[in-house]
Design a protein around this ligand. Structure first.
Ligand SMILES: [Zn+2]
Ligand SMILES: [Zn+2]
Ligand SMILES: [Zn+2]
Length: 142
């Protein structure tokens, strides 16, 4: 149990951080804004053109790089106060205002959209599968 601090560095790879489930910034209208622009996970950062690890702003659809590249998404939040962004790298959703990973069923269409762009198929535990009887998904504990 002593090596927990070291393990923290790895967690973003394996996604063992529990996302916040009550982020007040997630709103239904964001899904409509999102749907107006098709997602492309290969899109480079709009400012520095880096294509390695980008995020898309859920509030205005801009694609910008992560804090591990040139921090352009962080800069975007500072300028615009747009809180929510989704990672093209691991499909996690980050809320800058909550300073936490977040999750919500409201975001499911957005996640499916990014997953589809990245893998060319819907996520295995998608709602469109009728056989989700509460087993399998480790993220659904409400
Ligand atoms: Zn939030
Ligand atoms: Zn950038
Ligand atoms: Zn934005």
């Amino acid at each position: 149990m002593e090596n927990t601090v070291e393990n923290m560095k790895e967690t973003r790879e394996i996604f063992s951080i529990t996302p916040k489930t009550d982020c007040p910034h997630i709103k239904l209208e964001l899904v409509e804004i999102w749907a107006q622009k098709p997602v492309d996970v290969k899109k480079p950062c709009e400012i520095c053109n880096d294509a390695n690890e980008n995020w898309r702003c859920i509030e205005c659809s801009k694609v910008l790089c992560s804090r591990y590249v040139n921090e352009h998404m962080t800069e975007h939040y500072t300028k615009t106060n747009h809180s929510l962004a989704i990672s093209f790298f691991d499909l996690s959703t980050w809320c800058y205002s909550c300073d936490s990973y977040v999750t919500s069923t409201i975001l499911s269409p957005i996640l499916e959209d990014v997953y589809m762009s990245k893998f060319g198929t819907l996520p295995p535990n998608s709602d469109k599968d009728s056989n989700n009887n509460g087993e399998g998904s480790s993220l659904t504990r409400s």
